[in-house]
Design a protein around this ligand. Structure first.
Ligand code: 5AD
Ligand code: SF4
Length: 455
C-alpha cells in the first residue's frame, strides 16, 4: 500500500474542529506514503486548513499563499513538486476566488470532502494530471463513512468529532454556510473511534461538534441518543479518565446532560457555553433564541448538579445596534457568572450573513474600548480562579514535556494549563500536584512527593 515517502505540511487555523480535520487528513494521507514535514519548503504537499469565522481570514490565507508560492516555484525549478491545497471553511466559502486570484493553487476543498483526498491528488499528479480542482460539496455523512479506521495519536488527549454543522443561524455566524446543516455520527462509529484512541493511550477525550449538545446520533439499540447518553456509555470505558465536550448551545441543554455532570465521575467540571451578549435586545438581533436570564438559569442547573463546575464563554462586542447600555448588560452578566476563562471578540461582518446588512454599526474605537474593558474583567476573573487553587492538591494529566528543562505540562480537571516540576516520564500519567503559584494563563506546581518517587 505504501509507496515512496513524501512529505506533507498542514497549517491549521481556527477551531478544534479544524485540528481534528487536520489529524484525519494526515491519517488519510499516511497510507499514500506521506509523513510530516517540519517546514513547507520540504513538502510535496502543503495544505492550508483555513478558518472563516472572523475578519481577515481570507487576507491571512492569501498572505500565507504568497509566502508559499516562491517555495513551490523553487521546488519545481529543482525538479520536484509541491501540490498546494486550500482546505477548510475559507475554501468552502470562497473557493472560486482563491482559484482565480491564486493561479498557483492546485486544489481547493471544503471541510466535507477531504475523505476524497487520494482521488483528488491522483487527478492532479497522475498520468492525466495537472488540472486544478475545486471540491466544495457537502456530503457530511459520506465523509465520516470514509475516514480511515486508524487514528494516529500523539499524547494522552484527543478530540473526537461526534457532530458537525449547525442549524441555529446566529445572524453573525458563517458556520451554517461553511459547515452545512447539523449532522450527528452514529453512536457505534463514535464508540469504535473512542476505543481506538484509548488503545493508543488516550486518557482524555473531548467530543467535538459545532453544536455538540444538539447531538442526536443513532444508537446501537435503534434509539436516538443524546449527548448525556453518549457520555454515560463512554464513562464506562476502561482506560479513559476524562471526558469533555465542546461547543455547546444554551438551548440544547437536556436533563440527561445535567445528570451526566452530576453522576459521571469522568465528566470534567468545566463547560464552554457561549452566551455572546448579556443584552436581550442584542441576543434577539443575533437570533440566539435565548435571553440572558434563561442562560443564567441553565448555568444554575449545571451548578446545582456539580457545584465545582467552572464556565467559559464567547462574547462579541460591538454587534450592530449595541449601545453602551447593552454593553453594560454584558459586563454585568460576566460579573455575575464569574468565568474561569472566556474569549471575547470585536464583531466583524461576515459576507453572506444576515448581520452583515444590519444598521447601527458600532465605531471601531468604541468596539476597542468595550473589548479592552471586558477582557480586563475576564482576565481578573481567570486570575482569581487560578489563584484559588494555590496550596491545593489536584490531579493533573500530563500531556507534554515542558518548555523548560525539568518541567512537564499538564491540564487540571478544570482545563487549566499547569507547569509542573517533574521528569519527562510523567507524560501520559495523572498525578497529584500541589499548586504553588498561579497566573492568569496558567498554574505552577510540584508533583506530590510520594508519587514523584513512584513516577
Ligand atoms: N464577529 C465576531 N466574532 C464572531 N464569532 C463568530 N462569528 C463572529 C463574527 N462575525 C465568535 C463567536 C463564536 C466564536 C467561535 O467566534 O463568539 O462563539
Ligand atoms: Fe454559529 Fe450560532 Fe451555530 Fe454557534 S450556534 S456555530 S455561533 S450559528
Amino acid at each position: 500500500m505504501t509507496n515512496t515517502t513524501k512529505k506533507l505540511y498542514i497549517k491549521t487555523y481556527g477551531c478544534q474542529m479544524n485540528s481534528y480535520d487536520t489529524k484525519r487528513m494526515e491519517d488519510i494521507l499516511r497510507p499514500l506514503g506521506y509523513s510530516s514535514a517540519d517546514e513547507p519548503k520540504d513538502a510535496d504537499m502543503v495544505i492550508l486548513n483555513t478558518c472563516h469565522i472572523r475578519e481577515k481570514a481570507t487576507d491571512k490565507v492569501f498572505s500565507d499563499l504568497g509566502r508559499i508560492r516562491p517555495l513551490k516555484q523553487q521546488r519545481e525549478k529543482d525538479g520536484g513538486q509541491m501540490v498546494l491545497a486550500v482546505a477548510g471553511c475559507v475554501a468552502q466559502a470562497e473557493g472560486d476566488v482563491i482559484l482565480s486570484r491564486a493561479r498557483y493553487v492546485d486544489l481547493v476543498f471544503g471541510p466535507q470532502t477531504y475523505h476524497q483526498l487520494p482521488e483528488m491528488i491522483a487527478q492532479i499528479t497522475g498520468a492525466y494530471g495537472s488540472k486544478r480542482i475545486i471540491n466544495t460539496d457537502m456530503p457530511v455523512e459520506e465523509k465520516f463513512d470514509h475516514l480511515p479506521q486508524e487514528n494516529a495519536v500523539n499524547g494522552p488527549s484527543a478530540f473526537l468529532s461526534v457532530q458537525e454543522g449547525c442549524d441555529k443561524f446566529c445572524t453573525f455566524c458563517v458556520v451554517p454556510y461553511t459547515r452545512g446543516s447539523e449532522y450527528s455520527r452514529p453512536v457505534a462509529d463514535i464508540l469504535n473511534e473512542a476505543k481506538r484512541l484509548i488503545s493508543s493511550g488516550v486518557k482524555d477525550i473531548t467530543l467535538l461538534g459545532q453544536n455538540v449538545n444538539a447531538f442526536h446520533g443513532e444508537g446501537p439499540d435503534g434509539k436516538t441518543w443524546g449527548l448525556g447518553r453518549l457520555l454515560q456509555e463512554l464513562n464506562d470505558f476502561q482506560g479513559v479518565e476524562r471526558l469533555r465536550y465542546m461547543t455547546s448551545h444554551p438551548n440544547d441543554v437536556q436533563d440527561d446532560l445535567i445528570a451526566a455532570h452530576r453522576d459521571l465521575e469522568k465528566v470534567m467540571p468545566y463547560l464552554h457555553l457561549p452566551v455572546q451578549s448579556g443584552s436581550d435586545k442584542i441576543l434577539k438581533a443575533m437570533n440566539r433564541k435565548h435571553t440572558a436570564q434563561s442562560y443564567l438559569d441553565v448555568l444554575a442547573r449545571f451548578r446545582d448538579a456539580r457545584p465545582d463546575i467552572v464556565f467559559s464563554s464567547d462574547f462579541i462586542v460591538g454587534f450592530p445596534g449595541e449601545t453602551d447600555e447593552d454593553f453594560e448588560a454584558t459586563y454585568n452578566l460576566v460579573e455575575k457568572v464569574g468565568y474561569g476563562s472566556a474569549y471575547s471578540f470585536k464583531y466583524s461582518a461576515r459576507p453572506g450573513t444576515p448581520a452583515a446588512n444590519m444598521q447601527g454599526l458600532v465605531r471601531e474605537d468604541v468596539k476597542d474600548a468595550r473589548l479592552a474593558r471586558l477582557q480586563s474583567l475576564i482576565t481578573s476573573q481567570s486570575l482569581a480562579f487560578n489563584q484559588s487553587f494555590i496550596g491545593k492538591t489536584i490531579p493533573v494529566l500530563f500531556d507534554d514535556e515542558g518548555v523548560r528543562d525539568g518541567q512537564a505540562h499538564g491540564r487540571t480537571e478544570h482545563n487549566q494549563s499547569i507547569h509542573v516540576k517533574a521528569p519527562k516520564r510523567v507524560v501520559g500519567q495523572i498525578l497529584d500536584v500541589v499548586v504553588t503559584s498561579a497566573g492568569q494563563m496558567a498554574l505552577h506546581g510540584e508533583v506530590k512527593q510520594e508519587q514523584n518517587e513512584a513516577a
